[in-house]
Design a protein around this ligand. Structure first.
Ligand code: ZN
Length: 133
């Protein structure tokens, strides 16, 4: 039984009681409550339907993304181009060569394994012309 069906069943039960929804306070209360329940049931079922549709769309997108990944990663393997994945900089404190990889870039900070000093990465093009905050 869906929520709508349960509410319809409840409505039928209430109608079977022959409540006076005009003069009886309790009758009016129950009538209003069932009206609200009907609206809620419709909203919930709409949401459930939307969620299902979204799930299907995500599945489709996920499949498409898998196709794109296949193409992208195949190209990388063929080209053997690892230069985009990491590069080296000199530690400003001790001059040690540091490997900057995607992880360090994501953190925005890198630690020197030789002298232990940490410094912020200032490599993004976007930050140069735009004022932050
Ligand atoms: Zn260092």
């Amino acid at each position: 039984m869906t929520i709508s069906e349960k509410v319809a069943y409840l409505k039928g039960l209430a109608e079977g009681l022959n409540l006076d929804v005009e003069k009886s306070k309790e009758g009016k209360l129950i009538s209003v409550m069932i009206g609200i329940l009907e609206e809620l049931a419709m909203s919930v079922e709409d949401l459930e339907e939307n969620a299902l549709n979204l799930g299907e769309e995500i599945d489709v997108l996920s499949d498409d993304l898998a196709d794109v990944e296949e193409v992208v990663f195949d190209e990388d393997e063929d080209g053997g181009d690892f230069d985009d994945d990491w590069f080296q900089v000199e530690c400003p404190s001790c001059g040690e060569e540091l490997v900057i990889d995607d992880e360090a870039l994501a953190e925005g900070e890198v630690a020197c394994p030789s002298c232990g000093s940490r410094f912020a990465m200032d490599l993004t093009d976007e930050d140069e012309d735009g004022e932050e905050e």
